[in-house]
Design a protein around this ligand. Structure first.
Ligand code: ATP
Ligand code: MG
Length: 553
């Protein structure tokens, strides 16, 4: 396939310029820094494709660093899911690091800040500190503890770490500038006390934990990161990132932070906090519920890693926040599966069809996996006198605009098999059609000379004795409104009540042995994947995407 020459994104341009100028001796090092407090979502994939992509493209290295500075919310379950998901996406990290690896170094650094008069212990409440912050145009108010002697700061900080001070009673703040127009410089908090929760790696070793701003840049520096890439909300943190490092770094090397726009997608939420709420309250079946925008949810929904990466490639990286249409994601997965998902028949609302003049025992039909591409393989379909077809493919009355089966005598092709004509039907006491009758033309079999005869309509079928039952889960968008995060009120009330419908379908017998993660196109229905809980006794398929965008305005 022909590939358009892609222009460089703005981060690639920066990297190429740095390489051309011989910065960092030509070394490129990035990191992906998730906090292990939830599962990865497709927004994270945008960051992953950037961080790992830059390293791959420019012969650098990308390390995975768990930003585990808040023991209250973090867990090894999340560490494991994050590593699994990144590997599944097809990326390779250099090392795995943890911010908690640097707790000792960061603590020593905090002591050094105190000794140099650049940090102090504040005993005010979080509310008092917030009240004194000022506004971008009004300077803040200095804490009454701002000028306490260095010795006292040292003693109190050690008492904080020794567990002698209650959680919330003291924090360590950097002593910078309460009038700085950048609010992040108004004596930011460096350390807080957390004694209530053991850390998932360091247990009870620490009673004080560094804040993001004091941990992130330092970790980048300790590791030798050259390009520290993150999302736009960190632009305002960048001067502080640089300031902290400048206080202690020696030599010329500095990590640099660059920011790009976050991924937001319509009809979903892109926040671990909200997703955790949906999981905990049982509003979805788990982090890997196929309606979730998580990597494991998308995988279970039938998205391939390559489809997700193609999507990220399409949307690109800019410096302006925006919203991406869910339709683009669905379009990408359809295109991705088009030439790989074998076509099969699945009848969602079956009615029996009897071919009255078919007297043979039955026969095997060989059908192409993907029409018109015999090199992509074939499968065998059992054909016999009694079949199931979709109820909607027969109309008792019929009219001139209905091209499928009706007693009007139109010829209709059974997909990959014969041409038939309906002759009548049978109903139960309530008037529901139970059986449709038809005759077939023995000379019309697909793949033979008579098979070229055209009909206005082709319909799907499965053979009654060999077909198998399957549970089919028809998933749809999780939220009923375009941007649930922008609405007032409780986001949980905006969930789409029709995001899951279950049908019991009849599918071709050839599907008896399918395994989780196998992809199919159910003809006329859409793309489906075998669910992780599917078994030979109880087949389950999840709808990945319908064939067309049913929501298009
Ligand atoms: P959430 O708000 O869902 O909790 P987060 O930003 O707190 O996300 P982190 O684990 O801190 O999650 O994120 C790791 C990296 O992924 C960060 O560099 C962050 O900028 C990036 N990231 C998170 N969400 C998105 C998004 N929607 N689009 C692009 N990058 C993202
Ligand atoms: Mg974060």
């Amino acid at each position: 396939m022909e590939q358009e020459e892609k222009s460089l994104n703005f981060i690639e341009q920066i990297v190429e310029k740095d390489l051309a100028e011989g910065k960092n001796d030509g070394r490129i090092q990035t990191r992906f820094p998730p906090e292990p407090n939830g599962y990865l979502h497709i927004g994270h994939v945008k960051a992953i494709c950037m961080d790992f992509g830059i390293a791959e493209k420019y012969n650098g290295v990308c390390n995975l660093r768990f930003d585990d500075t808040n023991p209250v919310k973090e867990d090894t379950e999340y560490v494991d899911s994050i590593t699994n998901d990144i590997a599944w996406l097809g990326f390779k990290w250099g090392n795995i690091y943890y911010a908690s690896d640097y707790f000792e170094q960061l603590y020593d650094l905090a002591i050094r800040f105190i000794k140099e008069g650049k940090a102090y212990v504040d005993e005010q409440t979080a509310e008092q500190i917030a009240e004194q912050k000022g506004t971008p145009t009004e300077p803040g108010v200095a804490s009454p503890y701002r000028d306490r002697p260095i010795e006292e700061n040292l003693r109190l900080f050690q008492a904080m770490q020794n567990g002698e001070i209650e959680e919330g009673k003291m924090v360590l703040r950097a002593k910078i500038d309460m009038a700085n127009p950048n609010m992040h410089f108004r004596d930011p908090i460096m350390y807080r006390i957390i004694t209530s929760h053991p850390h998932h790696r360091t247990g009870h070793r620490w009673n004080v934990y560094p804040m993001y701003d004091f941990a992130h840049g330092q970790s980048d520096y300790f590791e030798g990161v050259t390009h520290s890439i993150c999302t736009l909300e960190f632009v305002v943190h960048r001067p502080l990132y640089d300031w902290f490092i400048d206080q202690f770094a020696e030599g010329d090397y500095r990590p640099h932070q660059y920011e790009f726009n976050r991924l937001n997608i319509t009809y979903t939420v892109m926040s671990k906090r909200k997703m955790l709420q949906l999981v905990k309250e049982g509003l979805v079946a788990g982090w890997d519920d196929p309606r979730m925008p998580t990597v494991c949810g998308l995988r279970r929904r039938g998205y391939t890693a390559s489809a997700i990466r193609e999507f990220i490639d399409k949307i690109g990286y800019t410096k302006v926040e925006g919203m991406i249409d869910l339709g683009l994601l669905e379009h990408t997965v359809r295109e991705n599966l088009k030439m790989s998902a074998p076509r099969v028949c699945a009848i969602f609302d079956p009615v029996k069809l009897v071919i009255t003049n078919y007297d043979a025992e039955g026969e095997t039909i060989v059908a192409e996996n993907i029409d018109g591409n015999p090199e992509l393989g074939t499968r065998e379909m059992r054909f016999a006198k009694e079949l199931y077809i979709e109820r909607a493919d027969f109309q008792e009355e019929g009219d001139k605009n209905f091209y499928r089966l009706s007693p009007m005598g139109r010829e209709v092709r059974l997909k990959s098999a014969y041409i038939i004509q309906a002759t009548g039907c049978e109903k139960d006491a309530d008037g529901n059609i139970t059986t449709v009758y038809a005759t077939y033309d023995p000379q019309s079999k697909s793949g033979t000379e008579g098979g070229n005869r055209k009909t206005k309509a082709t319909i799907n079928w499965v053979e009654c004795n060999s077909c198998i039952d399957a549970e089919v889960r028809l998933y749809d968008r999780l939220f009923a409104v375009e941007n649930p995060s922008a609405e007032e009120g409780d986001f949980r009330e905006l969930l789409n009540p029709d995001s899951l419908k279950i049908v019991n379908a009849k599918v071709e017998g050839a599907l008896a042995g399918v395994k989780p993660q196998e992809h199919f196109q159910f003809l006329k229905q859409g793309y489906f994947v075998v669910d992780d809980d599917s078994s030979a006794e109880h087949l389950i398929f999840n709808r990945t995407a319908s064939l067309k965008d049913n929501w298009q305005k």
